[in-house]
Design a protein around this ligand. Structure first.
Ligand code: NAD
Length: 459
């Protein structure tokens, strides 16, 4: 595999050096081809997602297929403008020259993708790499094998395979790819592997984007439209791949006085969404494989945790299904409360006063997303000002991911770098260029600092 990783790199490096990926026409043609692929092969994509995760068809369409097509269309619409140099003011020291920031492709990009949204999380960074004029290798996750092999089959049918390639495989194949010198590595997955990726990138001084996870908290205040809050939490947790989503609520914080009402409301919503026996519901994704099923059931088999289950708790190993499960006041030192859950278990922890939630969140690692439900404007302001997370929403969950005008990414333990929309140009270097005019010679101007994370108030 090492030789073939080197051969893939050599071919793509050659294509990039020849300048094949740079023209707007090439980028546009590839993006249009991807739109065509998504439209013509929608059923195949949906079937692959069903094979990998029993992902309900509507969910597959809403959360993967339509978002991927939207990302292509957004890039197609913005591309010409994004490629234009940005004029910036001249400095007194460079007067009367002009200065501009010229975006340029980085070169050959490696995208290493995860299994939970195996179509969207693979194709969206590839769209970014293409839009920015790079050659790109996609390494989909071996844990979603149907989607991985669909990519390997479809991409060569639709896009220029001298510049865009799929390499399938697991740890060995990814390790071989990581030995190559890339111009950017875009990794989505867990923090442990991110450290492996970062170490490999360091050898070649390759820049990386790391899209990781964490424990995404949801604060639920009693001053709230509870039915709406419960529905939105349920959609963001169980309606997103049965909790196997990086921005799904990981745990709730509410007050001791309000917790019973909250659990009752979640119960009503869950019954309406998934019926009396959620394990038989076709609207609930399964757990991806037996190893993750075992990891999740072990979390609730813990004696200290099992007694705290208030809703759900049913499991079916044959179908790899776990019912939506709500737990209250699980000890904070159990595995359920210390690591990212990434599944259908939703613990609620209680505090005396809702304001204590912010200190609780800040005592842990910075999450990929943090959510608050309240009508209280002051609490909203305190939350947005005092919590640090990759993305934040007030009175909803997970939806920020769908706004292409917002950067999507983590901060601290939840990742570095961001993408989506114009930020798909993650694979372009804003290179500062001085254009001399008259006698003066412009110096490099300082670059705009990258956006670290988004703060969104959605009321
Ligand atoms: P995964 O097991 O699919 O691994 C991700 C990729 O890393 C795969 O392509 C895999 O082949 C590769 N890989 C695994 N072990 C490796 C190794 N030792 N060396 C090199 N490559 C290796 O996915 P996962 O890590 O289970 O994904 C779940 C995690 O990803 C969660 O923490 C979740 O929050 C996070 N996530 C983040 C985002 C985001 O956009 N921020 C999206 C989805 C998932």
């Amino acid at each position: 595999m090492a030789a073939s990783a080197a051969a893939v790199m050599e071919e793509l490096r050659g294509s990039f050096r020849e300048g094949r990926t740079r023209p707007a026409e090439w980028r546009t043609a590839q993006l249009r081809a991807l739109v065509r692929m998504i439209e013509e092969k929608e059923d195949d994509i949906s079937n692959a997602l069903h094979a990998d995760l029993a992902k309900p068809r509507m969910e597959a369409y809403l959360h993967e297929i339509s978002l991927a097509k939207g990302a292509c269309m957004f890039a197609l619409k913005g591309l010409k403008n994004w490629m234009k140099p940005d004029k910036v003011p001249s400095a007194i020291t460079t007067f009367p020259s002009t200065a501009q920031i010229v975006p340029e492709p980085l070169g050959v990009v490696l995208v290493i993708s995860a299994w939970n949204y195996p179509f969207l999380l693979s194709i969206e960074p590839v769209i970014g790499a293409i839009a920015a004029g790079n050659a790109v290798v996609l390494k989909p996750s071996e844990i979603a094998p149907a989607t991985s092999s669909l990519f390997a089959k479809l991409l060569p049918e639709y896009v220029d395979s001298s510049c865009i390639k799929v390499v399938e495989g697991g740890v060995t194949e990814t390790g071989a790819l990581l030995e190559q010198k890339w111009d950017k590595i875009f990794y989505t997955g867990n923090g442990n592997v991110a450290r492996v990726v970062l170490a490999a990138a360091a050898k070649h001084l390759t820049p990386v984007a790391l899209e990781l996870g964490g424990k995404c908290p949801v604060i639920v205040d009693s001053n709230v439209d509870l039915h709406v809050a419960a529905k939105r939490i349920a959609v963001g947790k169980w309606g997103c791949n049965n909790g196997q989503a990086c921005i799904a609520p990981d745990y709730i914080i509410t007050t001791k006085a309000f917790v019973t009402e909250l659990v009752d409301s979640l119960k009503r919503v869950l019954e309406r969404f998934y019926g009396e026996d959620p394990l038989q519901s076709a609207d609930l994704s399964r757990i991806v494989n037996i190893s993750h099923f075992g990891r999740l059931t072990k979390l609730i088999d813990d004696k200290e945790v099992a007694t705290k289950i208030q809703l759900g708790g049913q499991t079916d190993q044959e179908q790899l299904k776990i019912a939506p499960t709500v737990l209250v006041d699980v000890p904070l030192d159990t595995a359920l409360m210390t690591g990212e859950i990434f599944g259908p278990l939703l613990p609620i922890i209680t505090v005396d006063k809702i304001e204590e939630s912010i200190a609780h969140i800040n005592a842990g690692a910075k999450p990929l997303a943090a959510y608050l439900f309240t009508k209280d404007k002051k609490l909203q302001q305190d939350f947005v000002s005092n919590v640090s997370a990759g993305g934040m929403l007030v009175n909803d969950v997970a939806l920020h991911l769908t706004n292409p005008h917002l950067p999507f990414g983590g901060v601290g333990d939840s990742g570095m770098g961001s993408y989506h929309g114009k930020l798909q140009l993650l694979c372009a270097d804003p290179c500062a260029s001085g254009v001399p005019e008259g006698e003066a010679l412009a110096e490099l101007s300082s670059l705009p600092s990258p956006v670290q994370h988004s703060r969104i108030v959605h009321v």
